[in-house]
Design a binder for this molecule. Structure first.
Ligand code: HEC
Length: 185
């Protein structure tokens, strides 16, 4: 019994010690281009999924009217296209160098039309920890966050005018705050 307990304690201790040595070894994947760390995928997918589906609002407080979808286009072009790209465009320069990669939310593969709008709203509001996905709860209004969530929910069935506004040139995604680049004196 005693031997068993000692074995058990050593066994339990080996896990954190092993993980510590692994991190200290200089071989852990920390660059964006590296493969995921052990357990990273599990944590990123399973824990995230469970939390979001528990916390995401079930009711959508705004309807997907053309007005709200247009509002979503404004929000998307200013805050999201920088990473998630616009329809029929190459991945943005930022998207190419990120891990995990931001999905192109208007491509067949990257669309989140299957997700309830409340789930997308949760991600927009809170962000996704340990990825590049920012939380916009402090910078966008509640209405704006719902508008962009509705836009993504209906990404595959947008009214033609909304789709045109989304893809309209010049495709110049700017960070929130717009055009306020100061000229050097
Ligand atoms: C700085 C880059 C960046 C910006 C800006 C950004 N995102 Fe993201 N976003 C990401 C990354 C990276 C992921 C992938 C996270 C992951 O793999 O778990 C992501 C994931 C998402 C997802 C989940 C996709 C899925 O397949 O489940 C949604 C929805 C999303 N972003 C919406 C938005 C919206 C809406 C905006 C603008 C309000 C935005 N993002 C702005 C980087 C960004």
């Amino acid at each position: 019994m005693k031997k068993f307990l000692i074995g058990l304690v050593i066994g339990i201790l080996l896990v954190p010690i092993g993980f510590y040595l692994y991190c200290r070894s200089g071989h852990a994947p920390v660059a964006t281009a590296s493969a995921p760390m052990p357990l990273e995928r599990f944590f990123a997918k399973t824990a995230l999924h469970a939390t979001i589906h528990r916390e995401a609002p079930k009711n959508v407080p705004f309807p997907a009217t053309a007005d709200n979808l247009f509002g979503g286009v404004m929000v998307y072009r200013q805050n999201c296209a920088f990473c998630h790209s616009l329809p029929n465009q190459q991945p943005s320069p930022a998207a190419r160098g990120m891990f995990p990669k931001p999905p192109a939310l208007f491509s067949q593969r990257g669309m989140v039309t299957d997700d309830p709008a409340g789930v997308t709203y949760w991600k927009v509001k809170n962000g996704i920890r340990l990825t590049g996905m920012p939380g916009f709860g402090k910078s966008l209004s509640n209405l704006q966050m719902w508008q962009v969530s509705l836009l993504l929910k209906h990404a595959n069935q947008l009214p033609a005018t909304v789709a045109a506004a989304l893809s309209a040139l010049p495709a110049s995604p700017k960070p929130a705050g717009g055009n306020k680049t100061k000229k050097k004196a």
